[in-house]
Design a binder for this molecule. Structure first.
Ligand SMILES: [Ca+2]
Length: 139
């Protein structure tokens, strides 16, 4: 649920599959070799740190970088769900290296689930702005 919230704070914060790949490559660049073997696997994902400034677009938005709202969405996902008042961690965040699986969390299933829970089955704005999350009434 918090992935959906992070990526739907605004239309600009939506993370596309291209951005998952950019974030995953940044994680691999920073942490793949730290386990002693550069094999595409991050041996210590919990200990992996990536400076998200390295993936932020320096100029115009492009497929190989993230806009500032997308960087903020990624930061929230890596931080994990927090208590709104105390800031305490509610449960485990998504670790570096897990990015290729974020699509299932931030788009299809979670969006439909959230739509039913939060909107009582009515269509939602984010559903119409992303064709792969078409409201039920349009199917
Ligand atoms: Ca490795």
């Amino acid at each position: 649920m918090w992935v959906w919230q992070a990526t739907h704070a605004s239309d600009a914060s939506f993370l596309t599959p291209d951005t998952y790949a950019v974030l995953n490559q940044a994680a691999l660049n920073a942490c793949d070799a730290t386990d002693g073997l550069k094999d595409g696997i991050i041996g210590d994902p919990e200990g992996c740190r990536v400076d998200l400034a390295t993936v932020q677009c320096k100029g115009a938005p492009a497929a190989n970088c993230l806009t500032p709202p997308q960087v903020e969405a990624a930061r929230k996902i890596y931080l994990g769900p927090r208590h709104s008042r105390t800031g305490a961690e509610l449960y485990s965040p998504l670790y570096r290296g897990s990015e290729p699986g974020w699509g299932q969390l931030g788009r299809h299933r979670t969006a439909r689930y959230s739509s039913r829970i939060l909107q009582g089955g009515r269509s939602i704005t984010t559903a119409t702005s992303h064709p792969r999350i078409a409201p039920r009434s349009n199917r």
